[in-house]
Design a binder for this molecule. Structure first.
Ligand SMILES: [Ca+2]
Length: 245
């Protein structure tokens, strides 16, 4: 009850200063959004080829279109291939093992399974890729197929982190000045039996040493700015509604 008597007097003063506050807060939010974008999300460099890069079963040797130029500088950092190892155990039994691997062409490490450094881990969307990950060097297995032939009867089996899955291959790329960049490559093994392994897209954080989340892509600056402004206007409207009551 007391408040009701005081309110009309204060209202005009509050309103004037609230307009000033509006302007101040508005510009502050804009500036904050701008810097937030430049400091974090704006540093992600994303590449999506027009078509997925397909690594079929029984790929004999690496060919240029399966090589990945992560930085877009004309040099390839790694390639994905499949290769088959035949072993004849006895006249009745033979085994053909095809492995799909990521092969570094630069100083590149990959996120591996915690209990098996030869296997690449299929990271989930949003997983952090940074210094703390399980890093392994060299060739990383992403999926495999075993074809066993026993007395003329074939038995096929598949496995590996990316088999029948879409996941993120996390990498750490060491540059010439020994700075490191973190990034991800999206691999699709859902059509492994019919198509093979598909390289969908990739991204890296261009700030050396800064982590990236699996699947993270650059967010347009304007979107964040508009989101910030919209939120602020909503708060303002609520305040006004409350005051005019
Ligand atoms: Ca490159």
């Amino acid at each position: 009850m007391k408040g009701k008597l005081v309110m009309p007097k204060k209202l005009s003063i509050t309103r004037n200063s609230s307009y000033l506050n509006t302007l101040r807060a508005f510009s502050l939010i804009g500036v904050a959004a701008f810097f937030f974008q430049s400091a974090s999300l704006g540093q992600i460099v994303y590449t999506q080829p027009s078509d997925p890069i397909v690594v079929p079963l029984y790929d004999e040797s690496p060919i240029p279109d399966r090589r990945i130029d992560i930085l877009g500088d004309g040099n390839f950092e790694l390639f994905f291939r499949s290769g088959t190892f035949f072993s004849v155990v006895s006249p009745e039994l033979s085994i053909a093992t095809t492995s799909f691997r990521g092969e570094p062409l630069a100083s590149l490490r990959f996120v591996s399974l915690a209990d098996d450094p030869s296997n690449a881990q299929a990271l989930g969307f949003g997983d952090w890729i940074g210094p703390e990950a399980n890093w392994s060097e060299g060739s990383g297995l992403v999926m495999w197929r075993n074809l066993t032939t026993f007395e003329g009867v074939e038995n096929e089996s598949w496995g590996g982190s990316f088999f029948d899955a879409v996941g993120f291959y996390g990498f750490e790329l060491e540059l010439e000045d020994e700075d490191v960049l973190f990034g991800w490559i999206r691999l699709d093994g859902t059509d492994a039996e019919s198509v093979g392994l598909q390289v969908i897209d990739w991204a890296y954080n261009s700030v050396p040493g800064d982590s990236i989340r699996a699947g993270e892509i650059p967010e347009p600056r304007a979107v964040a700015l508009i989101a910030g402004m919209t939120g602020f206007v909503l708060v303002l409207m609520r305040r006004r509604t409350r005051r005019s009551r």
